[in-house]
Design a protein around this ligand. Structure first.
Ligand SMILES: Cc1cc2nc3c(=O)[nH]c(=O)nc-3n(C[C@H](O)[C@H](O)[C@H](O)COP(=O)(O)OP(=O)(O)OC[C@H]3O[C@@H](n4cnc5c(N)ncnc54)[C@H](O)[C@@H]3O)c2cc1C
Length: 432
């Protein structure tokens, strides 16, 4: 069996490891021209379920390197007002704080380098997928923009939210603009920037609920201690290029109609100015974090989500990750769901290679299960980030914000409610 994977992102590379470890031939085709072309410096939160899925796919040495390159684990999820007063604090315990398998923060480009290790001969860069053709003998041929092609038994589109594989397989599947726009930035962790965070903000991840539906996030990323404990310099001396320095990340989002300017056309300097304007009534420390961010490190992201596709008949072409279920970052579930897909599809394709089920049955079973859990993740992520929500309106939005904060404060005072809320969050991030 030979599996073709389009896209060397989180899900595609995890799947490639799972198949390779089982002795199945796998080739990954990536449009980036080089392994380090992905400069995505943003943080991705990997849940305990995401870690489990990753562990099920990759060799133990890759998993150890992954753990070593993550930031110190967060100890709590905080919800704050825009004045940094506490609404809710969910302390993590049990599995969530386990050093190997608990909640983790990793930088996207570092995760890619971790996942590329061991696949040096199986990943082909500079291969922009253009189209596929299903052949009479049951095989499938992928065609690339450089005029080359490749043939295998199965083609997996792991090519992200703009997926050309999806566009050909499911021409009616579509993405929807949520109307939410987002700005984000990152600054070095220094004594001065660290002093702007409360103790709980420093040790956890903080979501900010502000008026008019504006939201924010602040997270601190400390890598140095983890790396020293894992002895990364001695065990993986060639890995230095992929490593990030300690930093503080922030994000802001709101409905496009409430933004004074369209951020999609602005440069870093203007985006930073816009972020300061949006936070003019926020805690001065939030504004200082924004002021201290280099303009080149401020970015804009338009938030899209997928519309559940109409049912289709399974064949030798399938999809995983953002290619089939793009979701808003509202629940931190996109990468976790892509990893879950990779573990599930990998297991079923391995069973097919052993003759335990037919190839088509394996793909069908994967798609049925993947569509079930991803639909919930897409739906719940959209609930957090939709410009149609009343929270973005002037008067009624204020009432809704007050009610939400009131409910959160009640939950904060009742431990069983807090546990239930945390369980719900984790379910959407793969724990169901
Ligand atoms: C700012 C931000 C923060 C996020 N935070 C979180 C978080 O905390 N937790 C979480 O779970 N998720 C998070 N996500 C979402 C997460 O990054 C994605 O859901 C995840 O990367 C999806 O993985 P994937 O493998 O499906 O696609 P990707 O990782 O996007 O990989 C797709 C790959 O396909 C390649 N490709 C595209 N087109 C072609 C083509 N034509 N030919 C060949 N290759 C192609 C791309 O170059 C890319 O390498 C965040 C996203 C953003 C933007």
């Amino acid at each position: 069996m030979h599996i073709l994977i389009i896209g060397a992102g989180t899900g595609g590379l995890a799947l490639a490891h799972a198949l390779k470890q089982a002795g199945i031939a796998v080739s990954v085709y990536e449009r980036d021209t080089a392994p380090n072309a992905d400069q995505g410096g943003y943080r991705v939160g990997i849940s305990p379920a995401g870690s489990r899925a990753l562990k099920a796919c990759v060799p133990a040495s890759n998993y150890q390197l992954f753990v070593a390159t993550c930031a110190r684990p967060p100890r709590c999820f905080n919800m704050l007002t825009e004045q940094f007063s506490e609404v809710l604090c969910l302390e993590l315990d049990g599995e969530a704080v386990d050093l190997m398998d608990g909640e983790k923060n990793v930088i996207r480009k570092t995760l890619r380098q971790v996942l590329l290790r061991g696949l040096e001969d199986d990943v082909f860069f500079g291969k922009r997928f253009v189209s596929y053709a299903q052949n009479p003998d049951g095989s499938v041929t992928a065609r690339f923009a450089d005029g080359t092609d490749a043939t295998g038994n199965v083609l997996v589109g792991a090519d992200g939210s703009g997926s050309p594989v999806r566009n050909q397989l499911l021409p009616d599947a579509r993405l929807e603009d949520t109307g939410i726009v987002s700005l984000g930035g990152k600054l070095p962790m220094t004594a001065e920037s660290k002093a702007l965070l409360t103790d709980r903000m420093f040790h956890g991840m903080s979501l900010i609920m502000a008026p008019r539906g504006f939201g924010g996030i602040v997270h601190s990323l400390e890598f140095a201690q983890n790396r020293a404990n894992a002895d990364i310099a001695r065990r993986w001396p060639d890995f230095a290029e992929a490593l990030d320095d300690d930093s503080i990340g922030w994000g802001l989002w709101g409905a496009r109609q409430n933004f004074p300017a369209d951020p999609s056309t602005l440069n870093g300097e203007d985006l930073r100015r816009l972020a300061l304007e949006l936070t003019r009534d926020w805690h001065p420390h939030m504004r200082r974090l924004i002021e201290m961010t280099e303009p080149a490190m401020v970015q804009y992201i338009g938030v899209r989500t997928s519309v559940p596709p109409p049912p289709w008949e399974s064949c030798n072409v399938t999809l995983l990750g953002d290619a089939i279920h793009t979701m808003t970052p509202g629940r931190g579930a996109g990468a976790n769901t892509a990893l879950r897909d990779a573990a599930l599809l990998g297991r079923l394709l391995i069973e097919a290679s052993r003759g335990e089920r037919s190839l088509l049955q394996a793909i069908h079973d994967y798609e049925a299960e993947m569509l079930r859990y991803s639909a919930e993740a897409v739906r719940e992520s959209k609930k957090q980030m939709s410009a149609a929500d009343l929270i973005h309106k002037p008067v009624i939005g204020g009432l809704q914000l007050a009610a939400m904060r009131g409910v959160m404060r009640i939950i904060n005072a009742v431990p069983p409610f807090k546990r239930r809320l945390l369980q719900n969050m984790m379910r959407v991030r793969g724990a169901n």
